[in-house]
Design a protein around this ligand. Structure first.
Ligand SMILES: [Zn+2]
Length: 389
């Protein structure tokens, strides 16, 4: 079988050519990667979502009975709709040392570098294996990574390190906030507005709960807990969407809103959700149910990413720091799949090419100098994995 050999830039051009906007299927890209791995005799496992339109990919290069290093990236990208691009977002364009296309920075750059090293990985045997872990639907709230991280963590031999290659300018990131999203529905009872006291106004009860969420947000801001490594240095809560009511002369029977908690590692998002639910059930619902027992609140969990924090004295942090050539670690406020891998019991560090400042924007780019830094990172890693036990 002929074996595909691509430079990291050629690989990036290949990967950005697949339009893997989160709403679409990522299978074309995943099947291409699966086939590429196959050319080198590397078997991979696909973990599909319920629709079978999307899949995670996991593959191990090297001995499976040794704790390996996971190279992890999400294959999906954010939409380009409504953005002014100077060239086709799905065709790699190079200009002045910058490589433009959707996903170059977030985060096909890292995946491209990792995959382009496959020939090197199989050329001389590795003492410690490399795992490729590619996910779907990260941009929709890290939906695919849960089943992927569970699958990887449940291998007979658990990996000793996971590197999530989100854009950090190749600086190792050792912590980020968590995300906990919920959809809340308020079930009221409709009536003519002139009879409002005999009805249950879903919008008003929803607003009372939203005000309570705001009061918790204010408490977090004024009383903490605080962690100065994050900006803002406390847990934030916010309501991003709220809908309800049809006309001013009708007491609305339906209202829905979505809230989000971005917690620092010191704060349990579950505890805050419980506090919100208890307020709804104990302070608000009794008054609603006095009018009509069928009214009340329901809560539905949406996206979830655990807060991520790895101790700076963990030897795996030292390893990534030495591979990256950076002079220190940082914590960031944006969430990644690192929280999910860490939660599954795999020590994790975020480190990848490109800057988060270019992510999700029109004319997204990664500097070729960043790809080169990432290549050096991979070369040093492979050198280590050939000799290390
Ligand atoms: Zn990303």
């Amino acid at each position: 079988m002929t074996r595909t050999v691509l430079s990291s830039q050629e690989m990036l051009a290949k990967l950005v050519g697949f339009d893997t906007t989160s709403v679409k299927s990522n299978l074309e890209l995943i099947h291409w990667v699966q086939n590429y791995l196959e050319e080198y005799g590397v078997k991979s496992t696909l973990i599909h979502d319920e629709t079978k339109n999307k899949a995670n990919l996991h593959a191990i290069v090297g001995p499976e009975d040794k704790p390996g290093v996971v190279l992890s990236g999400h294959t999906d990208v954010v939409p380009t709709e409504g953005q002014e691009w100077e060239s086709d977002p799905y065709t790699l364009r190079e200009h002045d040392g910058l490589l433009y296309a959707r996903g170059t920075c977030d985060m096909k750059g890292f995946i491209a570098v990792a995959l382009s090293k496959l020939p090197k990985m199989v050329e001389k045997p590795l003492a410690v294996p490399v795992h490729f872990a590619l996910s779907y639907d990260e941009e929709l709230g890290c939906l695919g990574a849960h089943s992927l991280a569970d699958h990887v963590a449940q291998m007979p031999v658990k990996p000793k390190l996971c590197v999530v290659g989100e854009p950090t300018l190749m600086k190792p990131i050792t912590g980020h906030k968590g995300i906990c999203d919920f959809d809340c529905t308020v079930h009221g009872r409709e009536s003519h507005s002139s009879l409002a006291p005999y009805a249950v106004n879903a919008v008003e009860y929803g607003a009372e709960l939203v005000a309570h969420i705001k009061s918790i947000a204010r408490r977090m801001q004024s009383e903490g807990p605080f962690n100065k490594q994050f900006d803002p240095p406390f847990t934030t809560l916010h309501v991003g969407v709220m809908k309800g009511g049809t006309a001013l002369n009708i007491v609305p029977q339906h209202c829905e809103f979505s809230f989000e908690i971005r917690n620092i590692p010191e704060v349990s998002a579950d505890d805050l959700v419980e506090e919100i639910r208890q307020y709804a059930f104990k302070a608000l619902e009794p008054r609603m149910k006095d009018v009509d027992p069928k009214t009340g609140f329901t809560f539905k969990p949406a996206a979830r990413v655990q807060a991520f924090d790895i101790a700076n004295d963990n030897p795996m942090v030292d390893l990534v720091l030495s591979l990256s050539g950076a002079n220190g670690t940082e914590k960031v406020s944006f969430a990644t799949e690192a929280g999910i891998f860490q939660h599954a019991g795999i020590p994790t560090v975020v480190c990848g090419p490109g800057s988060i400042a270019q992510a999700h924007k029109p004319n997204e780019f990664v500097a070729s100098e960043q790809l080169l830094k990432c290549e050096n990172f991979m070369d040093r890693l492979l050198e280590k994995l050939r000799t290390a036990g």
